[in-house]
Design a protein around this ligand. Structure first.
Ligand SMILES: CC(C)(COP(=O)(O)OP(=O)(O)OC[C@H]1O[C@@H](n2cnc3c(N)ncnc32)[C@H](O)[C@@H]1OP(=O)(O)O)[C@@H](O)C(=O)NCCC(=O)NCCS
Length: 159
C-alpha cells in the first residue's frame, strides 16, 4: 500500500474520494450537508489545496487525507495548529492499515512543520471513525452539543 502526495493531475481522484466521503458521512449524518458541493466546486477547491504549501493532500487505498496548518491564533499564543480536515479509505481496503498509514504521514508532516496542536473533527454518530482516531492517539478535547427539541426535529425530518 502506497501513500502518495497529490500532484495537480491527481485532483480528479481527490474530488472523487471527497465526494464519496460527503455521501457516506456528512450526507447521512448532517441534514444540512450539500452532497452536490464536491461535483460543483470540488475541482477548484481541491486544486487550490494541492497548490498550497500549508496543505497536505494524500492519496492511498482508494481514499485520501487532507491536512492543513492553521494560521496563528492570538488567543492561543504558542500553539502551532494543524488540522486533519478530511480522510477516507476505499471500502474494499478498510481494516488493513491504510488509514493508519495516512494519519502517520500526516502527523509526520505536521511535526516537521512544528505543529504542537493537532486536531480532527468527527460526527458523534461515526463510531468507526471515533474508534479509529482513538487508535491513532487522538482523544476528545472539545465537544459540540446540538439541540434536539421539537422545532429542530421538524427541520430534520424535512430532509
Ligand atoms: C475511518 C477510516 C478512515 C479508517 O480507515 P482504515 O484503513 O479502515 O483504518 P485502519 O485499518 O488503519 O485501522 C487502524 C485501527 O483503527 C481502529 N479502527 C478502524 N476502523 C474501525 C472501525 N470501523 N471500528 C472500530 N475500530 C476501527 C482499529 O483499532 C484498527 O486496528 P485493527 O484493524 O487492527 O483493529 C475508514 O473506515 C473510512 O474511510 N471510513 C469512512 C469515512 C470516514 O468515516 N472518514 C472519517 C471522517 S471524520
Amino acid at each position: 500500500m502506497t501513500v502518495s502526495v497529490c500532484a495537480p493531475g491527481d485532483v480528479p481522484a481527490l474530488v472523487a474520494s471527497a465526494a464519496a466521503l460527503f455521501e457516506e458521512d456528512g450526507g447521512r449524518r448532517d441534514p444540512f450537508m450539500d452532497t452536490g458541493w464536491p461535483a460543483r466546486e470540488g475541482e477548484a477547491y481541491y486544486a487550490s489545496l494541492v497548490a498550497d504549501p500549508a496543505c497536505l493532500c494524500l492519496l492511498a487505498a482508494g481514499g485520501h487525507l487532507i491536512g492543513r496548518l492553521r494560521p496563528p491564533d492570538p488567543l492561543r499564543p504558542g500553539a502551532v495548529s494543524a488540522v486533519l480536515e478530511s480522510m477516507r479509505v476505499g471500502p474494499e481496503h478498510r481494516r488493513s492499515g491504510a488509514g493508519a498509514a495516512l494519519v502517520e504521514a500526516f502527523l509526520g508532516w505536521a511535526r516537521d512543520r512544528g505543529a504542537n496542536d493537532v486536531k480532527v473533527t468527527a460526527y458523534a454518530a461515526n463510531h468507526g471513525a471515533l474508534e479509529f482516531y482513538r487508535a491513532q492517539g487522538f482523544e476528545p478535547f472539545e465537544v459540540v452539543l446540538r439541540h434536539r427539541n421539537e422545532w429542530l426535529s421538524t427541520v430534520d425530518s424535512a430532509h
